[in-house]
Design a protein around this ligand. Structure first.
Ligand code: NIG
Ligand code: FE
Length: 419
């Protein structure tokens, strides 16, 4: 039996972001939102079946109007459900004590090298049962949804052993089944060298390559493989070995690159054919150029720079260089404990010089490309999943102008009204 049709009517601006499902948008095309004034969407069985002006769709579906569920979006903006392509969703505990230490002058790396940071969350996550992890992470997912996010990526990386990395990924898998938000999983065993391998990081790299990657791939627990390539964490050589090993097992490369110091991470991303390079606060001009040439998506995380009190990545320059840019929260307990993708968009404008239109492209279709879901979500086009957000503003520019506000008024996931 077919479920009832859903008709979203007469948005002041229906932001379709159409035309970029094959390839991410770059340069000027990032400003191309393909807005329909007085736009409507007809949805059947969780899928978008027609997009047009209200008059067009009323004429087309005249005989079925009475039986459809209707959402009146008059005066509001309707956009594709937001996609967050970089989160560390599944973890236990919190680190407000470290936040306090940083406010008093300690650096993120000093705290990590003294056994805090990622190591502190690793201890908490190892101790947590899968049920505890599920409950804590589900609470975060619920909040993501209230901010209009309908698809996210989730990384492991707080287990740092086969058993506990798999535990994190299994929980992400269960959450995907239990929660309406779709979750794409990334293995990040190379997030830090655990304390037990402190004197011998190469042995840990071997363990990631020989034991963890094959098992994670065999059990289909992840689609991507990420590594924290940073001075004092994993070198570019180690990162390359890890990413190439992942590729052999079908895991696509992503990389935490040039976050704290310049380390040629952007260059490495282009060299290994990474789907995305993320952070990029200290990326070189040459690295940006290479990313543009190889179509590596720059996933920028201005909330992390904000929270670490660092200067943001140069989003403006990256877009002008031709890098396809996406934005994300980087939701994690240390460097960005936030689920607010709307705030990240504000920071994209205010801290990175992106336009209000570019930040929408960066959190919809380009974000979907960064997790290989652009064929399903990220734009309002016939045949795509009916993931949409209704925003309580008369035009999309007000989303950034009235900053610091969650303008989400309704969320439609897979054709169902969920918020
Ligand atoms: O993307 N930089 C490395 N990883 C995370 C932070 C992890 C943590 O501090 O717990 C990030 O910022
Ligand atoms: Fe991250």
């Amino acid at each position: 039996m077919n479920s009832k049709s859903l008709f979203i009517r007469n948005a002041n601006e229906l932001i379709t972001v159409k035309g970029h499902s094959e390839k991410p948008a770059t340069k000027e095309a990032m400003n191309d939102l393909h807005i329909i004034k007085g736009g409507s969407v007809w949805i059947e069985n969780g899928e978008i079946v027609a997009v047009g002006t209200d008059e067009e769709l009323v004429a087309k579906y005249e005989e079925r109007l009475e039986d459809a569920e209707v959402i009146d979006a008059t005066g509001q903006v309707v956009a594709p459900g937001f996609v967050d392509p970089h989160t560390h969703l599944v973890y236990a505990g919190s680190r407000e004590n470290e936040f306090n230490m940083r406010l008093q002058g300690k650096s993120y790396m000093e705290i990590m090298n003294a056994g805090g940071g990622i190591h502190a969350t690793t201890s908490a996550t190892r101790e947590a049962t899968p049920e505890q992890l599920f409950t804590e992470s589900k609470a975060r997912l619920d909040k993501f949804l209230l901010h209009g996010v309908t698809t996210i990526e989730a990384k492991s990386g707080y287990g740092l052993s086969l058993e506990h990395e798999m535990k994190q990924l299994e929980v992400a898998k269960q959450l995907n089944e239990a929660h309406c938000i779709d979750i794409v999983r990334t293995f990040m065993g190379a997030h830090a060298v655990p304390a037990s391998f402190k004197g011998d990081p190469e042995a840990f790299v071997d363990l990631v390559i020989e034991e963890m990657i094959p098992k994670v791939a065999e059990r289909k627990l992840a689609e991507f493989n990420d590594v924290f390539c940073e001075h004092g964490v994993f070198t570019p050589e180690q990162s390359k070995r890890i990413l190439e090993a992942g590729l052999k097992h079908g895991l696509l490369p992503k990389i935490h690159a040039d976050e704290i110091e310049p380390y040629r991470g952007a260059e490495l991303a282009a060299e290994v054919g990474a789907v995305s390079a993320d952070h990029l606060l200290k990326a070189s001009d040459e690295g940006m150029q290479k990313m543009a040439e190889h179509g590596v998506i720059g996933v920028l995380l201005p909330g992390t720079a904000f929270f670490l009190m660092a200067e943001s990545a140069n989003g403006r320059k990256m877009i002008d260089t031709g890098v396809p840019v996406a934005l994300s929260t980087d939701c994690n307990p240390g460097s960005s404990p936030s689920v607010s993708l709307p705030l990240i968009m504000n920071l994209g404008c205010l801290k990175m010089g992106m336009t209000p239109a570019e930040v929408i492209t960066a959190t919809t279709i380009n974000a979907a490309h960064a997790i290989n879901r652009a064929n399903e979500v990220g734009s309002i086009e016939v045949g795509k999943k009916a993931d949409l957000v209704v925003l309580n503003v008369p035009n999309y520019m007000q989303l950034q102008y009235h900053y610091g506000v969650n303008h989400t008024s309704k969320v439609i996931k897979g054709g169902k009204l969920v918020v």
